[in-house]
Design a protein. Structure first.
Length: 364
């Protein structure tokens, strides 16, 4: 099924994925495989995580990226478990579908989906007989359950929805550092028990001379770095970053005070890996195309989608490709070669043309 997820260009329904499988003739086998067979998402994830160790290289730092995405389901289907209303950052409004909190791991040249959990609204969790957890609580579970590939130092990269006291404390309890965005209404103090300031108010009172200009990824930023205390967290570095081109502001936190300003900006930019991962999984690998009703089966399907991404990422690194698209082309080419080899092998064994066509599912 992973092969079909990679190969197919259209809507990834079970029937269409089944049609690409030479060794599976009955669609009910695929449905049972997702719904009834005794394997877990963790089984799949553990397998490809261990496999990807071979591609991680030797790196001092690893980056655990945590975020969430919404898979919208049109028409408000009532029979699919776990659906609810969730805010979509892409559309700027609430949409009906599934919300998935995921972690993504970047180390050396490789970057891949590490873990995921479906976030269920409280009433939906009750209907599905699942324990309700907030998104920050799910993030904490992912941090606590994370296993380093080697002995690298871990930086957790998050957006402003996850730079909460609870998430940062979970990271620090494992000696992980955090680099993440802060909301403009975040309150800080220059001294541990000093006067409180709001970031949005503080930045308005800064003069231009308070900033240094930094060229980052071919863009010019005005950056002010301060060291301050956040309630329940302690002393951190905060960057006030203004893009010169459009004046847009960003506030970035680092719990590692030893990082330079440029390193904080660079590390935070790695967070983009998870966004491009969501886009590729949705556009090319069919994340969200599922029509299964049971949440357990849907979760297993998503695990296979992320496994397909991990496989393409391993091909990208081993073949020194620049994109997953190139890896996908390579995979399709290798699959066609295997297909041709099978035809030749069957012909050598004296199998008739019609039986070969049946075997390869070219005729009914």
């Amino acid at each position: 099924m992973v092969s079909g997820i990679i190969e197919y260009d259209g809507s990834h329904t079970i029937s269409k994925l089944n049609a690409l499988q030479i060794d599976s003739k009955d669609i009910s086998n695929d449905i049972k495989f997702l719904r009834d067979t005794d394997w877990s998402c963790e089984d799949v994830q553990s397998f490809y995580r261990e496999y990807l160790k071979n591609f991680s290289g030797i790196s001092e730092n690893g980056f655990l990226i945590i975020d969430d995405t919404v898979v919208e389901k049109q028409g408000k289907p009532k029979k699919i478990e776990g659906l609810g209303w969730h805010y979509s950052h892409t559309k700027g409004r609430a949409v009906y579908g599934h919300s998935i909190v995921t972690s993504h791991y970047r180390i050396g040249k490789i970057s891949f989906p590490y873990d995921f959990r479906f976030y269920l609204n409280e009433d939906v969790a009750l209907k599905c007989n699942r324990e309700f957890k907030t998104k920050p609580e799910i993030a904490c579970d992912m941090i606590n359950g994370f296993k380093q590939l080697r002995s690298e130092k871990i930086y957790c990269l998050v957006d402003s929805w996850y730079t909460s006291e609870k998430v940062i404390k979970s990271a620090k309890s494992r000696d992980f550092e955090v680099v993440g965005a802060l909301k403009s209404n975040r309150v800080f103090q220059f001294r541990e028990h000093g006067e409180k300031h709001k970031l949005s108010t503080y930045v308005k009172n800064l003069r231009n001379t308070s900033f240094e200009k930094i060229l980052f990824k071919d863009e010019v930023f005005k950056v002010r770095r301060i060291e301050a205390w956040l309630k329940g967290i302690g002393k951190v570095a905060i960057l006030i970053s203004v893009r010169v081109k459009d004046g847009s502001k960003m506030f970035i936190l680092s719990t590692d005070l030893n990082l330079s300003t440029e390193e904080i900006m660079k590390y935070y930019s790695y967070r983009w890996d998870i966004e491009t991962g969501y886009l590729y999984c949705k556009d090319r690998l069919g994340l969200g195309h599922y029509q299964m009703r049971k949440l357990k089966a849907i979760e297993k399907y998503c695990a296979l989608v992320f496994a397909a991404y991990a496989l393409l990422e391993s091909l990208r690194v081993s073949n020194n490709e620049q994109s997953l698209g190139k890896s996908r082309q390579y995979f399709k080419m290798m699959k066609k070669r295997k297909y041709v080899d099978q035809v030749i092998d069957l012909h050598k064994k004296g199998v008739s043309k019609r039986d070969i066509y049946k075997t390869l599912k070219l005729v009914a």
